[in-house]
Design a protein. Sequence first.
Length: 67
Amino acid sequence: MKLAITHTLLYDYSNDVRLEPHYLYLHPKQGPYLKVDQYSLQISPTPDFISKNVDSADNIKNIVTGK
């Protein structure tokens, strides 16, 4: 069975904010019964830097920093 999931997360602030290091755990985790064919992360405004790491529990963590 194939599923397509779209998740949108929107933050709206009354003042300008800085994109200090944010740690995002939004990547689906693969396993013996789950295969991820495609995944994308879109952030607006575009951050200056995105780093993809794996933590000690095998979770994919994106570290995002900006202006």
